[in-house]
Design a protein around this ligand. Structure first.
Ligand code: ACO
Length: 425
């Protein structure tokens, strides 16, 4: 018989995020995830322990990483008898890993585990094309060396063209930036407000580092002690000088400064039942509350690719009987500044709220002073699957610092999806 128990967030860890082709250019997903995992293990004295599960994922995975989480456990300081499995929900992978693990703790199926995520934009999986793969498979099945050689003589120059993963939606062919540019245009999101949001993200992340907020959340890695993308001196004036990179003509407002950079990094979060935490005398930072995922039809409908949270958050609020204003902190993943602003605008728009959400009143506004108070993905960078863990650990610690309260997480993801959750203390 299943029980239902609260899931405690005990702590998080990550490596500083690096820009694609930067300090981690030669590190694999497994290397980075192992570093983030071992950092967490060391912090909480879990060396040699057999945990309930390690649940993690990556968006860009090599075929050799068919169960990346399990291989990471085997290379880590955990007891190798700790089971592990992979999760994939694009940019929401990290949060989905947390939720997937938390559900097993809630149901009493296990007491403690670690969730995580990693991505390397530097080490993207380049594959051989389908034609060459078929020749190689035939050669592999050949009964003799001569037959194998004969099959291989069928290789033609066109077979050598590699399959390079494109940063594009499979069903539209547009990159996420191009999709976001269309949404920015539709919602009339201006350049200056995007640059303001981006500058604030950098300034707040720098301030959080300076006050030591990340001292126990980040393990230095390969000589990197802070997120490489962070520009403490960022300003609207500097950002205004950058040329648009997504969209066309006068309506193009999205630049390298108000978009997340391609990033490498990894994060982990320790979750447990309250009983386990109490037995270990480990303080609980916060508890995972309600969770809602969502998806929009960005292919045949007129929805923006990254607008799923605009739908999922109101559903989450209704489920728990709260208003948008009833939170102390809001962690809204900054895929692009324009994306955050379009989502906020949708919640204030009477027409969107009536026609799309079926509400008589707008969802409401978020106090900018409570939004991404320690900066977010525009400043830290966005190694796709590692962002959820970064956000959960940041928000849990903010709530622990405050002593009590409630925080809202909203993460948009490729494929027209999104994950939202509440943390409370
Ligand atoms: C659900 C989701 O999360 S969807 C989001 C998924 N993520 C993505 O799609 C990634 C999107 N990002 C990208 O594709 C790339 O990072 C791009 C296209 C935006 C930019 O790529 P690049 O042009 O290679 O960026 P690069 O780092 O070289 O920056 C371009 C210039 O802007 C400058 N710049 C970048 N950021 C800043 C900043 N914050 N302040 C001032 N200048 C900046 C750089 O210094 C560089 O200047 P330079 O040309 O004089 O050297």
């Amino acid at each position: 018989m299943a029980t239902v128990r609260r899931v405690a967030i005990i702590g998080g860890n990550r490596i500083p995020f690096g820009r694609s082709g930067g300090p981690y250019a030669r590190a694999s997903n497994q290397d980075m995830l192992t570093a983030a995992l071992d950092g967490l293990i060391a912090r909480f004295g879990l060396q040699g322990e057999r945990l309930g599960e390690f649940v993690a994922g990556a968006v860009l995975k090599h075929s050799r990483d068919f169960n990346l989480a399990r291989e990471t456990v085997l290379g880590s300081r955990l007891d190798p008898r700790t089971p592990a499995h992979d999760v994939q929900m694009a940019c929401a992978t990290g949060l989905e890993s947390v939720v997937s693990l938390a559900n097993k703790i809630t149901l009493g199926q296990l007491d403690v585990g670690i969730a995580g995520g990693v991505d390397s934009a530097s080490d993207a999986p380049i594959a051989v094309n389908d034609d060459l793969r078929r020749v190689l498979l035939r050669a592999n099945h050949a009964k003799s060396a001569a037959a194998r050689l004969k099959t291989l003589t069928g290789v033609r120059p066109r077979h050598l063209v590699p399959e390079i993963p494109r940063n594009a939606e499979p069903r539209t062919g547009l990159s996420m930036g191009e999709h976001a540019a269309k949404t920015a245009l539709a919602w009339e999101i201006g350049r200056e407000e995007q640059d303001e949001l981006a500058a604030r993200s950098h300034q707040r992340l720098a301030a959080a580092y300076d006050r030591g907020f990340f001292d126990d959340l980040i393990t230095s890695y390969l000589g990197q002690a802070r997120d490489q993308n962070l520009r403490a001196d960022s300003s609207v004036e500097k950002l205004a000088k950058l040329k648009p990179v997504f969209g066309r003509g006068e309506g193009a407002t999205m630049t390298a400064g108000n978009s997340t950079p391609l990033t490498d990094g990894a994060s982990t979060v320790l979750l447990a039942s309250e009983e386990w935490a109490a037995q270990r005398r480990l303080p609980v930072l916060a508890y995972l509350g309600e969770v809602v995922s969502g998806a929009v039809d960005h292919v045949s409908g007129d929805e923006g690719l990254l607008m799923a949270p605009a739908y999922a958050v109101p559903k989450l609020l209704d489920r728990v009987g709260l208003g948008l204003g009833d939170f102390d902190f809001y962690e809204v993943h900054e895929a692009f500044a324009s994306q955050v602003l379009a989502t906020l605008k949708a919640w204030q728009d009477p027409e969107f709220c009536k026609d799309r959400l079926g509400r008589d009143e707008p969802v409401g506004e978020i106090d900018p002073a409570k939004l991404n108070v320690n900066g977010s993905s525009l400043a830290a960078g966005h190694p796709f699957a590692a962002t959820g863990g970064r956000i959960v650990a940041t928000l849990a610690k903010l709530l622990a610092e405050k002593g009590s309260g409630r925080g809202l997480i909203s993460i948009c993801a490729a494929g027209g999806q999104g994950m939202t959750a509440i943390l409370e203390r």
